[in-house]
Design a protein around this ligand. Sequence first.
Ligand code: FES
Length: 575
Amino acid sequence: MSRRKRPEELRSHRWLGVSDLRSFGHRARLRQGGFDADDWKGKPVIGIVNTWSDINFCHTHLRARAEDVKRGIWEAGGFPVELPAMSLSEPFVKPSTMLYRNLLAMETEELLRSHPIDGAVLMGGCDKTTPGLIMGAISMGIPAIYAPAGPQLRGNWRGEKLGSGSDAWKYWDEKRAGRISEDDWAELEGGIARSFGTCMVMGTAATMMAIVEALGLTLPGASSIPAADSAHPRMCAASGRRIVDMVWEDLTLASLLTPPAFDNAIRVHMAMGGSTNAIIHVVAMARRAGLRMDMKRFDEISREVPVLANIRPSGDLLMEDFFYAGGLRAMMAELKDTLNLSCMTVTGRTLAENIDGAKVYLRDVIRPFSDPVSSAEATAVLTGNLAPRGCVMKPSAAEPRLLKHRGPVIAFEDYNHMALEVERDDLDVTPDHILVLKNGGPKGGPGMPEWGMLPIPKKLVKQGVRDMLRISDARMSGTSYGACILHVAPESFIGGPLAFVQTGDEIEVDVPARRIHLHVSEEELARRRAAWRQPEPRYPRGYGALYSAHIGQADEGCDFDFLAPLGAIPEPEIH
Ligand code: FES
C-alpha cells in the first residue's frame, strides 16, 4: 500500500487550511452553511456529482441516494458536497443526448476543478451520463468512484415481461400491422416503465454501467443492483465510505485505466450482448486516459467471447433477472479465464479478489461458454468503400439471413424524408432492399441521434417482415435490434461515401468477412463526389456551433478535439 496523504496535502487545503483573507472567506461561508471546523478540518472534501433531475425518471432516486452517499462520507471522516450536473434524460433531451455528452464531461471536469474537491462520487446511469461523468473525472485526475443508478424493475403487461424500448419498438410494429388495438397500446404505456432506475434491457445504460464496473470503477456488483432494491442505498453509502479512503490513498482513475482493464471491459461488453453505443463511449474514455483504442479491438474480442447474458435485445430476459442470477460478479466469474484478474480496482483490491466466491444462480440467465445465447457475435466492425474508417453492427440481434446479403438500395437524404416514405403503401420495396439513411452522423444529425433502427416500411410490416438491412451514420438505441449497420465513418454530412449512395445502387454486406461494399464504379463515384455540395451548418451560433466545429467522428469516440488531448491544467489560482 502506498503512503497515505497528509491533510495538508489535500487539494482542499489551499481553500480551507491556510491562513489568509480568502481562506477566511471560504471558512466563513462554510459556517454560513451551519458547519463547524470539526466538520471539515483536515478532512477530504468529497464532491458528489449528481445527475438527478425532475425530468429524468431513470435518476429520480438519486436525490435520496445522494443522502446515502453523504452518510457514508461522514462515517468515513470526509466532508460531502453535492454538486448538481446536467442530467441528460434519454427520452426527453432533443435532438439527442449525444449532443450533450461532451458538455456533461466538460461540466464534470470543471465542477471538480473549480471547487475545493479532493475526490468524487459520480452518480449517473441513464445512457450518456455514465461516459460523460467518467470522461470528465478522468481528465480532472482526482480519485473518483462511480455509483450507478441501477436498472428499473421489469415492465409488465397482462403478465408478460416488458423491456424498455425493445418492447415499445416491437408493439409499435404490431400496432402498425393492425394486430393490437389503441386500447392495448395505451395499456402498454402504463406498464412498460414501472419504477425509477434506468432501462432494464441491455441498452446503453446497463451496458455502460457494467463496462464501468468491469473497468474497476465501482464497488463489486454495483452495476447490477436494481434501483428499487434496498441493496442500492447500501451500495451508495459504501461508495461514500470508500471514496474517503481512496483520497488518502491517492487512488486515481489513471492508475486503474490500463489497456488490460479496457480489454476486460470489452470482454464483459461482448458477454452481455452490449449496446453498440458503448463502442463510441469506450473509445472516448480510453483516449481520455491516454490510451490508443479503436473500434477494431471490439471486433477482435467479439470473436473470442460469445453472448452469455440472456437479456433483451439479444436474449429474452431483463436486468432484474440478471441481478437474481448473481449479477456482474457472477458473469465475470464465468468469464474469468478470459479476463486479466490482476487489474486493480477502486476497492484497492484486484478484480480476482472482487469476484472471489461469485456464483451463477440462474443458468438460463447467465449461460456457460458451452451454451451461449447466440452463436453470432455481439459486435462486428465492417469496412469497405462505403465505410473506409469503419461501421458497426450487432449480429446477435439481427436475422441470420441478413448477415450475408446483397440488395438494391432505397436512399433517404434525411430522417424526415425517410419517415414519410416508409409509411407509403405504394413504396417500391421488398424484404431484400437495403434502406440507407444519410445525415444522421455527429455533424449531420447533429449529435448522431439514435435514428439507426430505421422503421421497416409499413407495407412490409403488414406482410410480417420484421427485419431488413438498414445502413446509416447514426447510432441506434441499445434497446433496439435488427440488421442495422451504424456509425458509418466518415459521415455523409462531411462528404463520406454514404453521401453518394443513390436509390437503385446495390450494396453488399458480408459480416463474416467484415466487409461492406457499394457496387458503384470508381468513375461514377468520382462524378457524384464532384457534384456534391456540403449542406449548410445546422447551428449558426451557441453550443451547437461549438459542437459542430470540434466534434470528432464515430471511430474517434466523438470527443471534442480540445477535450481529448492529454495535458496538465494548472490548479486554479486563489487570490
Ligand atoms: Fe434512461 Fe433508458 S431512458 S436509461
